[in-house]
Design a protein around this ligand. Sequence first.
Ligand SMILES: Nc1ncnc2c1ncn2[C@@H]1O[C@H](COP(=O)(O)OP(=O)(O)OP(=O)(O)O)[C@@H](O)[C@H]1O
Length: 254
Amino acid sequence: MSKVIETKGIKKVYTSKGMETFAVNGIDMDIEEGEFVGIMGPSGSGKTTLLNLISTIDQPTEGVITFKGIDLATMKGKKLAQFRRENIGFLFQDFNLLNNLSVMDNIALPLVLAGTRVSVVKDKINELTAFFGLTDHLQKYPYQLSGGQKQRVAATRALITKPSMILADEPTGALDSKSATELLESLGKTNKKFGSTIVIVTHDGFTASYCDRIIFIQDGQVLTELKKEGSRKDFYQKVIEQLARMGGENHECC
Ligand SMILES: Nc1ncnc2c1ncn2[C@@H]1O[C@H](COP(=O)(O)OP(=O)(O)OP(=O)(O)O)[C@@H](O)[C@H]1O
């Protein structure tokens, strides 16, 4: 496997009213191609900041982040925006769908922005929407969908350009357990079938149990990590035990 992301000594310091907050405080971390990785840790431990640094939304105060060997700090402006469009798919807790566009148009948007031919757009949409169980909803608008369906539309949109990496911040945070399960199973299948690299920030042990590896962070630093070896249920138990050691949150089991 090759590395998609490598961080070396990254720090992110926020300064406000003379006070410094080390949101990320020296993280060395690798993410391999095709991995399904979770980032967990207590509230305020730096999870979202770390995800924003990896996604190039934010820049580290110190340290280096490479994407497939390229130092992200060397990319600026239009080049950075293009890099992000081509390589990263985003998934957010609140879906971020455009309410005045149909499901079809929401999903097509990244391809349209990239100037893809209409016939190619249609083929890609048909393939992925079938995969995410959305074929019957293409003409609907976001307000006509359940939360789970909205998040599957958002996931389809994130994957439509076949990005190198999907980054998701609390993607199941607004979903009931059935919808969360459907989304996680679809993401898991996507990870296996297309080899998509997926990185999820989550508080939730159930969501984390779908990952292959969890990186636990505390006070802006990597505390430990866990790799899935047995079943998902065994992994869930291990994740919950680790969260308990860290004084973290829980979720009713699988
Ligand atoms: N723009 C900012 N300015 C100042 N401080 C910030 C900023 N963004 C985050 N922080 C601080 O950095 C620390 C890490 O925040 P971050 O949002 O990354 O944590 P988190 O682990 O994602 O938390 P949560 O689980 O509650 O979302 C916190 O102490 C937070 O208050």
